[in-house]
Structure formats: structure tokens, C-alpha cells
Write a protein that binds this ligand. Structure first.
Ligand code: GLC
Length: 423
């Protein structure tokens, strides 16, 4: 009898707490990337404090490629363990069936504040699947002090970059700087290499692997020419280890003062210019070089987004959280504190943002010319396309395959894939 009374009381207490807990506060579960973990988690926590909810934050794998299988597994199982997802622009087609349509949940003027290209890329079959969070494009970071020391201009073509990197590297090594390299980038076989290589190929006039109609275009002499030049960098101006570098390992080499040029995303402005850092005042940022005069600088376009899982049990709160995190105020904070480029276009005229990120002028031009990876044309097959591309580029870089043969074989493989996947 006593026991029954107690358990009834306990049950009632639990029900009351549960009901009250739900009405008063939700715990929104989100992912934050490893690189901007502090900026992301502090925003989520600020929202939690302001809204009276709480957040539970999971770190994404350091390489975004590794997040894809994790997301797919959770979403296929309709897991309620995640409400908010960090989404790379190229995953939109793959995740579309699992993301909440935000179209009716976010005010129109809030949507219209973002660059239209970013909204277009997140809209599939009329559904707005995610809110743009930051703009990304490939850029060149360079040692301003060393270019001045050797009387060199900021390179406009990849050949100029190759020559300048070699001249400065040789000069520095002669002066006793034995570990100096000319150029570091992302040479590991993963999505990062797809970005680097599409930049070399597109800026040489060799296209973007697959065109907007879905036709495979990679088998062409300009693409082979771009890969030939990249292969020549390995172990001359780039350390042999570059073939295993991702964004963070290449950044580490540059920021420890051991490289003249670095290809990376805008966040490196923030990390390299943090007060007290060895390179404060010594770094310049430019649009990527071109392969030949008359071609366009072709930084890889990579906006990041936040979206809400269809299986979330806290949809309303989750949407509220992503509106906060992608809103102008927090994008401004991310720009000032972490050099993340806003997707809210008005922030490009904000004096405080411009004072902190003087290079935004140049990156805006770089954004205008940046190239999209063929994710729209290939949809759910994009990952396989990208993996086939980065694998074959990697084989050229290691010298295992010749550029002409590699692009020809890749084109055949992609054509077969297209027939099966019917993109
Ligand atoms: C950056 C870009 C993303 C790209 C990734 C490759 O995170 O924003 O679009 O896929 O780098 O490593």
C-alpha cells in the first residue's frame, strides 16, 4: 500500500515535471563544427539564455566528409538525437528528404537578407531546406613581408605563383630558413582536394567536372594542363606531406611561418591575425590566381548552412535557434571575432565588419567569380562524383597516373555512374 502510494506520487511528479519541462524549456540538440566550435557553441548558449531553453552540443568530425555517413545514419533512423544540423552546400540534394521546409516558418524579409545565390542553393522543389550561415570561397593567403623583401608582386597566374614561391623559398633557405616551403594547400584525397583541384581546372578554362546539364566535361586538355602544373609543385614548392594535408594541417604550416603561400578558406584571416600571433601584420589575402590570362579566378564556392531535422521533437525551438545563429547580429559577431564571411549582404557595408576584415573587398570579388561544385546537377550522386574526382587527382599528384590518362579514365567512370544514377 505504502509502495503503491509512493509510486503514484512519483509518477505524478514525473508527469508534472515532464509537462512543465516541455512547456517551459526544450533542450535543442545541435552539431557545431570543430574549427568554429567556440563561436558556434557560444551563439547557441546565448540563444538558450535569452529564450529560456537549453542546448546540447555535439562536435562534428574534424573532416566534414566524415559527418556525411553520421548524418545519413541518424536521419535514416529518424533519430531524435539531433535537431539542428550544420550543412555544407553540396549536401543539400542528399539530405533534402530529411530536412524541415523552413519556407513558412521564417519571415520573408529575413530570408531576403541573405545573398540570393545562397538561398537558391538551399531551395529544392520550392522548399527552403536550410538558412545560410557563412560564405566560403577559396582564397590565397600570402606572406606580405616576404613578397616585399624579395620585390615580388602578388601573383595573378598560377605560373607566377609557382615562380614566386620558388624564388622566395630558395632565398629563405639560403638565408638559413631551412624548413621554408613555397606553397601549401589541401592535397589529401577528400572533399577539400575536390575544391582545390576544381579551382585549378576551372581557372585554366577546363570546366567544373560536370556542367549544369549534367554532362561530363572533365576529359579536356586544359584540365590535364592544370593537373600537370599542380603535380609539378609536389616536392618542389610544396612539401611531400601536402598529399596528406587538409585545411588545418596546411594552415599549421603557414602559421608556423614555414610557407610563403597558403590556399585556404577565409577563416584563416581570423586565426592568423589573432593578437599576439607570429604573423600579425605580415599576411595578405587575394583572389586565387588564374591558369591563363583571360580566365577567371575560380574560388570554390562553399557556403555553410544550418537546417532542422524533420524528426526533431523541438521543431519550433530549433527553428528559433537557427534564426538566431544565422541572423545579422550573430553573423556580425562571427565576422568580427572569427573572420567568417557573412551571407547577410548588408554586413558587407558595415563599418565595424570592414574595419576588422579589410580583405572583404577582395573576397567579394572572389565570391562573384567563384565556381560551384557540380552538386546541383548530380544531386544524391554528388559525393560519389567528388570522391572519384579527388581520387584521380590524387593519383596524378603522387605520379601514379598521367594527367591525360587520368581525366580520360575519370570521364568514363563518371559517364557510367551517370547512366546508373540517371542524373
Ligand atoms: C569548407 C567549405 C566546404 C567544403 C569543405 C572542404 O568547409 O565551406 O564547402 O566542402 O571546406 O573541405
Amino acid at each position: 500500500m505504502k509502495i503503491a502510494t509512493l509510486s503514484l506520487a512519483a509518477a505524478l511528479a514525473a508527469v508534472t515535471a515532464g509537462v512543465a519541462g516541455h512547456a517551459e524549456a526544450a533542450t535543442v540538440k545541435l552539431f557545431c563544427g570543430a574549427t568554429d566550435y567556440d563561436l558556434c557553441s557560444s551563439a547557441a548558449e546565448a540563444w538558450a539564455k535569452q529564450s529560456g531553453n537549453s542546448v546540447s552540443i555535439n562536435k562534428m568530425p574534424a573532416s566534414w566528409d566524415d559527418a556525411v555517413p553520421l548524418y545519413q545514419q541518424m536521419l535514416a533512423a529518424k533519430s531524435t538525437d539531433v535537431d539542428v544540423l550544420v550543412i555544407d552546400v553540396i549536401w543539400m540534394g542528399m539530405l533534402k528528404n530529411h530536412l524541415l521546409d523552413l519556407g513558412t516558418m521564417v519571415p520573408k524579409e529575413e530570408v531576403a537578407a541573405h545573398f540570393p545565390t545562397t538561398i537558391d542553393a538551399a531551395t529544392i522543389d520550392g522548399q527552403l531546406l536550410a538558412l545560410p550561415w557563412y560564405m566560403d570561397t577559396g582564397l590565397i593567403f600570402y606572406r606580405k613581408d616576404l613578397l616585399e623583401k624579395y620585390g615580388k608582386a602578388v601573383p595573378k597566374t598560377w605560373t607566377e605563383l609557382t615562380d614566386t614561391a620558388k624564388a622566395v623559398q630558395d632565398g629563405e633557405r639560403k638565408a638559413g630558413n631551412a624548413d621554408m616551403w613555397g606553397f601549401v594547400w589541401q592535397g589529401k584525397s577528400y572533399e577539400g582536394l575536390t575544391c582545390d583541384a576544381i579551382e585549378w581546372v576551372a581557372s585554366t578554362g577546363g570546366g567544373t567536372i560536370i556542367d549544369a546539364k549534367g554532362d561530363v566535361t572533365i576529359d579536356n586538355p586544359k584540365a590535364a594542363q592544370a593537373l600537370t602544373l599542380a603535380h609539378s609543385w609536389v616536392d618542389t614548392i610544396s612539401p611531400p606531406g601536402v598529399l596528406g594535408y587538409d585545411e588545418e594541417s596546411s594552415r599549421a604550416v603557414f602559421e608556423s611561418g614555414k610557407a610563403v603561400f597558403l590556399r585556404n578558406w577565409p577563416y584563416v584571416w581570423g586565426t592568423s591575425q589573432t593578437a599576439g600571433g607570429a604573423l600579425v601584420g605580415k599576411v595578405g589575402v587575394a583572389a586565387l590566381p588564374v591558369g591563363a590570362a583571360g580566365e577567371k579566378s575560380s574560388g570554390c564556392l562553399g557556403p555553410a548552412y544550418l537546417g532542422v531535422s524533420k524528426y526533431s521533437e523541438n521543431k519550433k525551438e530549433a527553428v528559433d535557434l537557427i534564426r538566431y545563429m544565422t541572423g545579422a547580429a550573430d553573423q556580425k559577431r562571427r565576422a568580427i571575432q572569427g573572420a567568417y564571411n557573412p551571407t547577410v549582404s548588408a554586413l558587407y557595408e558595415d563599418p565595424e565588419v570592414l574595419a576588422k576584415l579589410p580583405f572583404l573587398k577582395d573576397t567579394q570579388a572572389a565570391f562573384a567569380d567563384s565556381v560551384a561544385r557540380p552538386s546541383a546537377a548530380t544531386g544524391a550522386s554528388y559525393n560519389r562524383v567528388s570522391q572519384a574526382f579527388s581520387k584521380s587527382v590524387h593519383a596524378v599528384l603522387t605520379g601514379d597516373e598521367q594527367p591525360d590518362a587520368a581525366v580520360a579514365a575519370l570521364a568514363k567512370e563518371l559517364d557510367r555512374l551517370r547512366q546508373r544514377a540517371k542524373w
